[in-house]
Design a protein around this ligand. Structure first.
Ligand code: LLP
Length: 390
């Protein structure tokens, strides 16, 4: 039987599949983060909206006082709609379109995290055009390899993100001459689902070197250092680790990163804040005996949750309706793709048509990555508050 805290009897009110967000756990996670923010002076958290942009989830995060890290005009709008103050919104991304830059300028966001000289020049022109000045952090590619899936490592020399270290000084000097730009700091992000603290140690050491190098050339100390996000979560045993290892994460930076007096340290965690509070709830449509395998066919598929198909990601799958004997199943979706498999050779209690199935730890990069392939409707998301209202 599932150990997650699910109000299963009330789930029958909603058609499956849907995402369920346990906002009690979300609030507990946010409190754990705020404890750390109070412990370390000058630390600020911007939640990475790309992980989950459900309006109620965003409201909880905003109410806890976090800022927002956005990578598109749509995300900036979602953050503003949820009540995030513009001065707590930062905006990254290698390909910002003109309308997105203008939206950021008009809203008066805190920082543009700029990924190339070409982009800096466009932001300068647009800022001058609308009589504003953009506060800018330069995203530097630190060439620090992150121990994670190849698709979600971002800080290696061959990755498309950020400005090369050897170009950093030149771009900073050019920025200083641009009337629409105020250079404010350095931004980094080395990858996602990182569980080895050594990756963050390596980033901290690289930032120390870069700060010294700049200061030796008479630049800085800069106002803001932003180390991005990336802290991973326990996908295998969500109930043992519902709240990620925040203390170890922040103390890694406190120990290894040498901040200058008054310098702000920004973080952009996404997954670690929302992954464990979300589950994709589906129903078993059919149990099918194949040639060599038994399949549980769900009404949710890779269109609702693409992580297993795209990254070979593991998510715990639990039957919320059955306490029968354990059986070996491949749990699959209805989409016309062989990769539409959630988990293979999975032990689960005897499963029947109609059973409710929870796919755990899907609060991050679940609903936000859903698609309409096969003309399927997008999954809806409900929170603990929605349940109480029914
Ligand atoms: N900051 C920047 C600049 C980022 O690119 C990202 C994630 C984050 C912060 C937040 O990273 P987090 O704390 O969530 O690891 N779709 C993939 C993850 C892609 C992450 C992209 N960037 C997945 O499902 O695993």
């Amino acid at each position: 039987m599932a150990r997650g805290n699910f109000p299963t009897d009330r789930f029958s009110k909603w058609p499956t599949p849907f995402y369920y967000y346990d906002t009690t756990l979300l609030d507990e996670t946010l409190r754990a983060i705020n404890t750390q923010m109070q412990r370390h002076k000058g630390y600020h958290m911007h939640y990475a909206v790309k992980a989950c942009a459900h309006p109620q989830v965003l409201r909880h995060i905003r109410q806890a006082g976090l800022g927002a890290d956005c990578v598109s005009g749509g995300e900036i709008q979602a953050a503003l709609d949820a009540g995030f103050p513009a001065r707590q919104i930062v905006f990254a991304g290698v390909g910002k379109a003109d309308w997105e830059i203008k939206l950021g300028l008009q809203a008066g966001i805190q920082y543009f995290n700029v990924e190339s000289l070409a982009e800096l020049q466009v932001i300068n022109e647009l800022a001058v055009e609308c009589g504003r000045r953009a506060d800018v952090c330069l995203r530097i590619n630190p060439e620090v390899g992150a121990h994670t899936h190849d698709h979600i490592a971002t800080g290696r020399a061959e990755d498309k993100f950020g400005i090369a270290m050897q170009d950093m000084e030149r771009v900073i000097r050019l920025a200083a001459e641009m009337p629409g730009i105020r250079f404010a700091g350095l931004h980094f992000h080395i990858g996602s689902q990182l569980l080895v603290m050594d990756d963050f140690v390596a980033l901290a050491h690289r930032i120390n070197e870069l700060q010294e190098e700049l200061e030796a050339k008479g630049i800085g100390p800069v106002e803001c250092i932003n180390v991005g996000g990336g802290l991973g979560i326990d996908y295998h045993d969500p109930d043992s680790h519902p709240v990620p290892a925040f203390e170890a994460y922040f103390s890694t930076y406190a120990t290894h990163l040498r901040l200058r007096p008054g310098q702000q340290l920004h973080f952009e965690l996404g997954r670690a804040i929302v992954a464990q509070c979300g589950s994709l709830i589906a129903r078993c449509l059919y149990v099918k005996q194949g040639t060599a395998k038994q399949f549980v066919i769900l009404d949710a598929g890779m269109t609702d949750l693409i992580r297993p198909a795209l990254y070979g990601a593991y998510h715990r799958v639990e039957n919320l309706s059955s306490e029968g004997d354990q059986q070996l199943y491949d749990v699959v979706g209805p989409i016309c793709e062989s990769s539409d498999v959630f988990v293979r050779d999975h032990l689960m209690p005897l499963t029947r048509r109609g059973d409710l199935i929870a796919i755990r730890s899907t609060g991050a990069y679940g609903e936000t990555m859903a698609s309409q392939y096969n003309c399927r409707p997008l999954p809806k998301g409900y929170t603990t508050e929605d349940l109480a209202q029914k």
